[in-house]
Design a protein around this ligand. Structure first.
Ligand SMILES: *Cc1c(COP(=O)(O)O)cnc(C)c1O
Length: 356
């Protein structure tokens, strides 16, 4: 049997998740925290790792890390926690629960984080995308009508949304939670920058789950995501988790990092300040329409995104071109907030390209 005979036609037709090879000095495409750890923290971390025993399997429940996360994220006592190798893996776990349920559908407003649709496609679970309004807000009528019509098992709502950066109207999300027969997963990947969360509303809704990650906080390389919700739901999802999905180095390193919470709070506060500066400066460039953001990136629209993207890249500055997605994202680009000097170099290159 050849690979062409082996795989489903839609898998053969798909392209692999593309992470561009890039050697340039300024990488502003993936919402990473640009700041390294202080040198004495690196020393203490390496010392901490001496207790790792690589010959043993990691603790499948990671109790020390879970306790640290409970403190860090102010997780309600009654809620349970499930850890994933990034929140991507948790999306896979959530959707795996729907495999073999022929009437189960997944829903999300679009444009949004592409992995919801992507993983649903892998698993052959019908996915319903509900278009956002032109201002990237949730369309309450369209969302509620789609909920009535499709009766989704899982609705994903990124809050703030990626790639648009905005926080949806919380009242509309509440209405979606109230009307959805299945679960609503509020994905708070950008919580460190948002100053808004549904965590405190967990107790109000039996069908609400909160998805978080440490990636955007500054630990993207360690791969740790977590799901928070009622124990009755999480005990079942936990059966679909690979037992040793969080390796010992990630357990020790993330638990260590959370002890130095203040370092990350300083960094994310600085990123939020820089986001405001970058927003103001982008708004002053003729030919740029920039959109408000509660995350660590900004979405902006130009006349010809493909050319701007390419010319920035030639100058060693990588951002994300969203134009290929089309629709509301036509001619849109997404830039991650970097250090002040990275942001200035990006801005000055952009001004030159746009001739202002
Ligand atoms: C980046 C991102 C994720 C994935 O985060 P990982 O934990 O690194 O897998 C999930 N959801 C949204 C909305 C994101 O932007």
């Amino acid at each position: 049997m050849t690979p062409e005979q082996f795989f489903r036609p839609d898998i053969l037709a798909a392209s692999a998740y593309h992470v561009p090879a890039f050697e340039g000095p300024i990488k502003l495409d993936a919402m990473e925290n640009p700041y390294p750890w202080p040198a004495e923290m690196v020393d203490a971390w390496l010392d901490h790792l001496r207790r790792a025993r690589p010959n043993r399997y990691p603790d499948p429940q990671a109790p020390a890390l879970k306790a640290a996360l409970r403190r860090f994220a102010a997780i309600p006592d009654r809620a349970e926690l499930l850890l994933g190798n990034g929140s991507d893996e948790i999306i896979l776990i959530l959707l795996t629960a729907l495999v073999g349920q022929p009437d189960a559908k997944v829903m999300a407003p679009e444009p949004t984080f592409v992995m919801y649709r992507e993983i649903a496609r892998w698993l052959d679970i019908p996915f319903v995308g509900v278009p956002l309004r032109a201002d990237f807000g949730l369309d309450p009528d369209a969302m509620l009508a789609a909920v009535e019509r499709h009766r989704p098992r899982i609705v994903f709502i990124a809050y703030p949304n990626n790639p648009t950066g905005n926080l949806f109207d919380a009242d509309v999300i509440e209405a979606v939670i109230a009307r959805t027969p299945g679960l609503v997963v509020v994905d708070e990947a950008y919580a460190p920058f948002a100053q808004a969360s549904f965590m405190e509303r967990l107790d109000d809704h039996g069908n609400l789950l909160i998805l978080r990650t440490l990636s955007k906080l500054g630990l993207a390389g360690l791969r740790l995501g977590y799901l928070v919700g009622a124990p009755a739901w999480l005990t079942q999802f936990d059966k679909l988790r690979l037992p040793y999905n969080i390796n010992i180095l990630t357990q020790l390193s993330t638990e260590f990092a959370l002890r130095h919470e203040a370092v990350f709070r300083r960094q994310t506060d600085e990123i939020r300040r820089q986001r405001e500066t970058l927003f103001q400066e982008l708004g002053r460039i003729p030919g740029v329409e920039v959109f408000p953001s509660a995350a660590n990136f900004l979405l902006f629209r130009v006349a010809d995104a493909g050319t701007v993207f390419q010319r920035l890249k030639e100058q060693g500055i990588l951002i994300k071109n969203l134009d290929p997605a089309g629709g509301l994202l036509r001619n849109c680009l997404r830039v991650t907030v970097g250090t002040p000097s990275e942001n200035q170099r990006f801005l000055s290159a952009l001004r030159t390209i746009l001739g202002s």
